[in-house]
Design a protein around this ligand. Structure first.
Ligand SMILES: [Zn+2]
Length: 438
């Protein structure tokens, strides 16, 4: 019976996508404790056996007879130690990203071999290690059509694969690049609102409002996202496409793309992901003056009020555009009447009112008597279909900076309003911004 270590075993493999099962079905020689790998714990068991401290089962005895002479003794111990030294010293394990002229490849190195997936094509290959003296060779392909690479360690953590055609793939466990902050992704998984922070993050599905938390696992230079319980986990791998943009590549092949929120300041006006923002954090210039509701806003409102009329309801513009100076007058009056702190909960300081954008409307009135009216309920349910959102929802004062205003709507266009509506988030949450006077 010829016995060889698993790590120097099988040249296998098709060029196609790695199936994952062939390797697992092979019993691992030297795996005395049956945990699927051959390592120093197994060595310790053989040592204990040789010293007469423990007994072996028939299978353990067979696994421990490394040199195949029918006995388990100190010669097997020496052989195991030698193989473990080679394996520990020379073979990487874990997930790495290789970048070279071959493109970006996501590698998974494990006992006996590994596999990789090409980032651009999604096509993968499996490979096996061959250890020959101190040389470790990686084989990819069938027996008659094999590509080989030699592993070269440049220090104890960094290694290269040097391919037959001279291409060098470099691997290093550099500190993993982790995204932080809020992102929106749109993919086959739908629209999801992500919040990434140290150690993990969470997301909310926009259509169901249901969220999940996840944790990071850093393995090699690869970051894996885990969602779910121990026995029901879904994983994704983070792939940075450049220093600001990244993808999450899920096990089912879905790719979610992430780009940072785009903040542009044009002539003193802040646009976030193309949306003009006026809140407590972002102000407007005193001379910003669209001279009334914007044409789009007016047109959308007309369309909406016509639809409401069919439902027997009357919607009218109680307050639309307000200039900087008019807002200043209103705000100062409120401050005189209620004090600054209270005024700030319902009235914007000049330059911070959404009414100055020409895209905000107070419908029918601007006081609490509007709450719960058929018009208020209709607006809450339908205004997004015409491009508006209820800008200051109930219970969100700590986020928007304003108390609940069921009458105050903001025009965003139908597409964006629909997304914000379905997200059940405030505009601040949707864009990942705050609303605080600084
Ligand atoms: Zn208003």
């Amino acid at each position: 019976m010829k016995k060889i270590m698993c790590i120097i075993s099988v040249l296998m493999l098709s060029g196609g996508f790695y199936s994952g099962s062939a390797m697992a079905e092979n019993a691992v020689v030297g795996d005395i404790n049956g945990d699927g790998i051959f390592n120093s714990s197994d060595l310790n068991l053989v040592s204990d056996y040789v010293l007469g401290k423990i007994q072996f089962s028939e299978n353990q005895y067979y696994s421990a007879d490394i040199n195949g002479d029918g006995r388990v003794d100190s010669f097997d111990l020496v052989a195991m130690r030698k193989e473990l030294t080679v394996a520990d010293a020379e073979l990487p394990t874990g997930k790495y990203i290789g970048k070279s002229e071959k493109g970006i490849r996501r590698y998974n190195f494990f006992e006996g071999g590994g596999n990789y997936v090409d980032s651009s094509t999604g096509i993968g290959s499996a490979f096996a290690w061959e250890i020959n003296g101190n040389n470790v060779t990686l084989h990819i392909g069938s027996a008659d059509n094999t590509t080989n690479a030699v592993i070269e360690w440049t220090d104890e953590n960094h290694f290269n694969l040097i391919w037959e055609n001279g291409i060098i793939e470099k691997f290093s466990p550099e500190s993993a690049e982790l995204p932080t902050g809020k992102y929106i992704s749109e993919s086959e998984k739908g629209v999801r609102y992500y919040n990434f922070f140290e150690g993990g993050g969470n997301y909310v599905d926009s259509s169901t409002g249901i969220g999940s938390a996840f944790t990071w696992e850093i393995n090699g230079n690869n970051v894996i996202v885990h969602i779910g319980s121990a026995d029901n986990t879904t994983n994704a791998v983070i792939e940075w496409t450049d220093e600001n943009n990244f993808n999450l590549i899920w096990e089912d092949g879905t790719v979610e793309k992430f780009s940072p929120t785009r903040v542009e300041v044009i002539n003193g006006i802040t646009y976030i992901d193309g949306i003009l923002i006026a809140n407590k954090s972002y102000g407007l210039r005193a001379d910003y003056n669209p001279m009334g509701l914007t044409a789009e806003t007016q047109k959308a409102f007309n369309e909406m009020s016509a639809a409401a009329e069919k439902d027997g309801l009357c919607l009218c513009v109680y307050s639309g555009f307000r200039s900087y100076s008019y807002q200043q007058q209103i705000y100062n009056n409120y401050v005189s009447a209620y004090g600054k702190e209270t005024a700030d909960t319902f009235s914007a300081r000049a330059g911070h009112s959404e009414h100055q954008t020409g895209m905000a409307i107070d419908v029918n009135c601007a006081d609490d008597s509007f709450e719960g009216t058929p018009e208020a309920l209709w607006l809450a349910e339908n205004s997004w279909k015409y491009g508006f959102i209820i800008r200051y929802p109930k219970g969100k004062q700590h986020i928007t900076g304003y108390k609940y205003e069921p009458w105050h709507i903001r025009y965003l266009g139908k597409e964006t309003a629909g997304k914000v509506y379905r997200s059940r988030l405030t505009l601040e949450e949707y864009l990942g911004i705050d609303s605080i006077y600084r």
